[in-house]
Design a protein. Structure first.
Length: 82
């Protein structure tokens, strides 16, 4: 399981609402393709792209762009973010 938990902050909630993107904390060894396949398999959606960053605290985050035909808000509701 490459996804650890969804990130619930104002910055990422704004991305969720405006750009149809959702953010996760992921395992340090996870790659873009790992994250993409995990999200597609877990939530049955099409992923357009994945951006990965490492925070100054050493955590790895992935911002996943969901295709326009599926609102990311639905995934966030399933995860309990909103």
């Amino acid at each position: 399981m490459t996804l650890i938990k969804p990130i619930n902050s104002e910055k990422y909630i704004k991305l969720l609402e405006t750009e149809n993107k959702i953010a996760f904390e992921v395992e340090f060894s996870a790659s873009r393709t790992d994250v993409k396949s995990e999200v597609e398999k877990s939530f049955k959606v099409k992923v357009d792209g994945v951006r990965i960053m490492i925070t100054p605290k050493g955590k790895k985050r992935a911002v996943v762009s969901i295709s326009k035909d599926t609102p990311a808000f639905d995934i966030a509701t399933k995860l309990g973010l909103v």
